[in-house]
Design a protein around this ligand. Structure first.
Ligand code: FAD
Ligand code: NAP
Length: 525
């Protein structure tokens, strides 16, 4: 039984408790037992025990996963491991899998991309089918292209549908000219561009006239962008950065990058490893307000937790050890919010107006409050790096305010908190666009546990019309074929990847990515 296997694999009790689907419990037990937080482990144990006493169904368990990033793959991995009769069809809008592991993680962080090997192992399971080049669910945003399949096409063929399609838009600042001036762009688009994401290849990226760039936001994406702009090209040429971007960087005149945050040093969202990389950039001076750092550290005193203390220590060291007058520089600017972008007669960005803030509130949640003072920061390029954003798809509940599919432990609920049977969410779509791959993995496992426990305890799901494990994806593949739609299998993807390895080897790189969907499909035609 799944309960026993979950609890005998050496998982700490706290984790076991965490994986209890409160959503299932809500349906099965009296409300008095059911707070969102289950208070004692013994209660949790009793509920879990009761939940899993029902014999797990013996017929095949068919699951559709929408999205092939870590949120989809890790959940698939867990379900296949714990439900022997499960079969998983994973739908991916692009011909190539792995989401932000391929199109987000920086080219100079190859070790992070090793998770792709784990995903390859999942795909080797005979009960797993990858259906690439196939989008599911038309986005509700105006002007969205119609998806290849709607949720209603999948419903009759699966017991459960897991939504793991991530966050593919970005948040806006809501200030004048952020979407109209040349030289102002979303960090998300720039990252997609240099990582070879097909839909971003039309982005106008010209670094040949730009000397000063500003990145708005102080998260890890902001530091990725700053690092790509300042790293010596010889280093980047050894990575899987696209040749197209390398050509652009060859002409780059960018010398100074300012990373601007609306709050203070204690509130930065980037992490120590990424800061250390910035501080070690050769030929690059680091600037920041030393007095502000000292006063903030004094203010925080002993309340600083260990990771934050380490981060502040790195900043102090960075200021102390920074070599002045290097050919390039980068800075951290604090307490500044963009009020608007201004350009020249050619509509080219020339400056950002920044409002100066002070911080209010207690240490754990300080807010930036405008002082009314302003300053102008001259620049030629600006990257908005204030977070990604998920969007809803037709027929599925979506919480616009939080930017997530509303859920309880991964189980989709509607606006009134009623469970939507058979629908689940994981990854950034489930909890918002925050967290590294390890966080996404933990969260995908939690959703998978919810699904497994629902299945084993006979909770209502969708109506799977097939009792056969063989060719479980046949009805959907036939539907796609009848529409003349070309799908890509995992075997096809491996062919594309092999070709990318070959192209990369010719120029001394781990791989050279195809930049268009047509080029990818041509390999498997
Ligand atoms: P995604 O990885 O975005 O996967 C979603 C998938 O769904 C995509 O493949 C997408 O094409 C597909 N999809 C979208 N819509 C549809 C549809 N309608 N139908 C079918 N498929 C669809 N974490 C680290 O640990 N280390 C790092 O170095 C690191 N670097 C990062 C760099 C950047 C720029 C970003 C943005 C994130 C980085 N992260 C890093 C975080 C990590 O990438 C995320 O935690 C993780 O990728 C989120 O997984 P996900 O499956 O929710 O979403
Ligand atoms: P993030 O970590 O949430 O950082 C967003 C930044 O934007 C914060 O500094 C935030 O400041 C700021 N911001 C938000 N709204 C703003 C506004 N209206 N005006 C001004 N500033 C605003 O997001 P991210 O950088 O996109 O990263 C997403 C996730 O991917 C993170 O979990 C990150 O760790 C992960 N990631 C990891 C790596 C890596 O491991 N190397 C690399 C890239 C990304 P406030 O705090 O004031 O809101």
């Amino acid at each position: 039984m799944i309960r026993l296997s979950l609890l005998t694999r050496g998982e700490p009790l706290s984790q076991a408790r965490c994986s209890i689907p409160t959503s299932s419990i809500r349906r099965t037990f009296t409300p008095s037992l059911l707070s969102n937080n289950i208070r004692s482990f013994s209660t949790a144990w009793t509920l879990r025990n009761a939940l899993t006493e029902a014999a797990a169904p013996t017929r095949p368990f068919k699951v559709a996963v929408i999205g092939s990033g870590p949120g989809g793959f890790y959940a698939a991995h867990r379900i296949l491991k714990h439900v022997p009769q499960s079969s998983i069809d994973m739908f991916e809008a692009l011909p190539v899998p792995h989401g932000l592991v391929r199109f987000g993680v920086a080219p100079d962080h190859p070790e992070v991309k090793n998770v792709m090997h784990t995903f390859d192992e999942v795909a080797e399971n005979p009960n797993f089918t990858f259906i690439g080049n196939t989008s599911v669910g038309t986005y509700v945003t105006p002007g969205s292209k119609k998806a290849d399949l709607e949720i209603s096409d999948l419903r009759p063929h699966y017991d459960a549908i897991l939504l793991a399609y991530g966050a593919h838009e970005d948040r806006l600042l809501g200030v004048p000219n952020e979407q109209t001036l040349k030289g102002v762009m979303a960090a998300r688009s720039f990252v997609g561009f240099y990582n070879g994401l097909p839909c971003e290849q039309d982005l106008e990226v010209d670094l040949s006239k730009a000397e000063t760039a500003v990145v708005i936001g102080q998260g890890n994406v902001a530091l990725d962008v700053a690092r790509i702009l300042l790293t010596p090209l010889e280093e980047l040429k050894k990575t899987d950065l696209t040749e197209r971007m390398i050509k652009i960087l060859e002409k780059s005149r960018v010398k100074h990058v300012h990373v601007v945050g609306r709050r203070g040093p204690l509130e930065v969202a980037f992490t120590a490893k990424e800061l250390r990389e910035m501080l070690q950039l050769p030929g690059t001076t680091f600037h920041m307000d030393q007095e502000l750092l000292a006063s903030e550290m004094e203010r925080a005193g002993k309340t600083l937790d260990r990771p934050r203390k380490r981060l502040m220590g790195l900043l102090e060291k960075g200021i102390k050890e920074s070599k002045p007058d290097q050919p390039k520089s980068w800075s951290l600017q604090f307490l500044r919010s963009p009020l608007g972008f201004s350009g020249d007669s050619d509509n080219q960005l020339k400056a950002i107006e920044l409002g100066i803030n002070r911080l209010e509130g207690d240490n754990s949640n300080r807010k930036a409050v405008a002082t009314g003072e302003k300053e102008i920061l001259a620049c030629d390029l600006a990257f908005r790096s204030i977070g990604y954003k998920s969007v809803g798809i037709q027929g599925i509940p979506f919480d616009e305010r939080k930017g997530i599919v509303p859920n309880m432990d991964g189980k989709v609920v509607d606006a009134e908190q009623n469970i939507v049977p058979g629908f689940y969410a994981s990854g950034w779509l489930k909890r918002g666009p925050i967290g590294v791959i390890a966080t996404t993995m933990a969260d995908a496992y939690q959703t998978a546990d919810t699904i497994i426990l629902d299945w084993n305890s006979g909770q209502p799901m969708l109506n799977n019309d097939s009792s056969s494990m063989k060719n479980s994806s046949k009805p959907v593949l036939e539907l796609l074929k009848s529409k003349g739609h070309k799908t890509v299998s995992y075997k096809d993807w491996k062919k594309i990847e092999q070709k990318e390895f070959e192209l990369g080897a010719k120029v001394g790189k781990p791989r050279e990515k195809f930049l268009t969907i047509e080029e990818m499909l041509r390999v498997v035609d």
